[in-house]
Design a protein. Structure first.
Length: 382
């Protein structure tokens, strides 16, 4: 049975409390034994009339739906709980602007990619390497954490990971550090309504509150507003960072990093047809674009593999010595093109089980493979 079918079979109890301390609340409790709803949210929607709607789902599958008629109270925080109940934290809402795209190297830079809704795998890795503490708070000081996109799809704690990164970004800034969460292709897919890899629970959540899945993260939501400020290209010292890669067509466009970042944000909430109708969007959100291009790491003709000359030109265009990418799953952290390309996306669960590379740690000009709880080999870079 489809997730929609599960929702239609729910026997629900609806309790309504109207206009209490400036808000109205609806609690919907799902009691069907086949429910697919699990802990999720919160989702914060800003309505045109100035009211704010906050949706969340408990681990038991109950939906909390609260509307603050006069807007959110000052100092408002959202309460977040992963589906297992192991990771619980509060997130104060904050003003979020687009980060700088160009950064000086911190003493340490920790770079991972493609967590895909697996909060357990990401959190335990960050805790083991003292990026966060046991309370899920920033403990990386003045250092830099980079997540190269693809929080969305394939896992069931997508929203919780987004809130954790949202929170850690604020905590890092307060500590003099930095968190860079960058856009990946799965962020752009879901927001455009491409739901091929979305878990059933998100279909169930959207159906239960009568919204679409893209609307859960739309431009009128807190998480959507934050996502709209995320960069696609960043540079840290001599390192260029992008989710998938930059190929010949991007080289031909010769766009600056801020131009790419602005253009990706401009098309982020468009559907596939609107992106295709725009000549630039048709490139940026497809195989030649920065969140899709695989030709830096794969050499089959269909991926339009990069030539050494074009790679050198791309690095010159962005004044970098190396480019670090995620997107394409590798068996382990992989060095390509004589050390000028480093691929950091792996099968996180498989590499956790086999204690293989999960991320990289940059210290000056040295880059190390990060294992489950130790640093492994230093990468050999020419």
């Amino acid at each position: 049975m489809s997730a929609s079918g599960h929702i239609r079979r729910f026997a629900t109890a609806l309790a309504v409390a109207i206009i209490s301390s400036g808000f109205s609340a609806w609690a919907v409790s799902a009691i069907d034994e086949d429910r697919v709803l699990t802990a999720d949210g919160p989702y914060v929607f800003y309505n045109q009339d100035g009211s704010v709607r906050v949706l969340s789902v408990t681990r038991e599958g109950s939906v909390s739906d609260t509307t603050y008629i006069d807007g959110l109270p000052e100092g408002f925080s959202v309460h977040v709980e992963d589906q297992s109940g192991k990771y619980v934290f509060d997130v104060p809402l904050a003003e979020k602007d687009r980060p700088e795209w160009d950064h000086r190297k911190a003493r340490k830079t920790f770079i991972l990619s493609d967590p895909h809704g697996r909060m357990d795998l990401m959190v335990e890795l960050l805790k083991s390497h003292k990026v966060i503490d046991s309370d899920l708070e920033w403990s990386f000081g003045r250092n830099h954490l980079v997540v190269l996109g693809d929080v969305f799809d394939r896992g069931e704690d997508v929203t919780q990971i987004l809130w954790l990164l949202y929170k850690l970004e604020s905590e890092a800034e307060s500590a003099g550090g930095r968190l860079s969460f960058m856009l990946g292709n799965h962020e752009t897919m879901v927001l455009a309504g491409d739901l091929r890899y979305v878990e059933d629970k998100y279909v169930a959540i959207a159906d239960s509150v009568d919204v679409t899945i893209p609307h859960l993260y739309g431009s009128d939501t807190e998480l959507g507003r934050w996502l709209s400020t995320r960069n696609t290209i960043e540079r840290i010292g001599d390192l260029l960072l992008v989710h998938a890669g930059l190929g010949p067509l991007m080289l031909e466009l010769a766009m600056t990093a801020p131009q790419v970042n602005d253009a990706m944000s401009a098309g982020l909430f468009q559907d596939k047809a609107a992106r295709k109708a725009d000549p630039l969007g048709r490139i940026l959100f497809s195989n030649p674009g920065p969140v899709w291009y695989r030709g830096l790491v794969l050499d089959k003709e269909k991926y339009d593999p990069i030539s050494e000359e074009h790679l050198e030109d791309i690095l010159d265009l962005y004044d970098a010595d190396r480019i670090i990418v995620g997107h394409t799953i590798m068996d382990d952290i992989t060095v390509l093109h004589g050390g000028r390309v480093i691929a950091v996306n792996v099968d996180n669960h498989e590499n956790f089980v086999n204690d293989l590379g999960r991320a990289v740690l940059v210290r000056g000009r040295r880059i190390y493979v990060v294992g489950n709880d130790t640093l492994k080999d230093r990468l050999k870079l020419n």
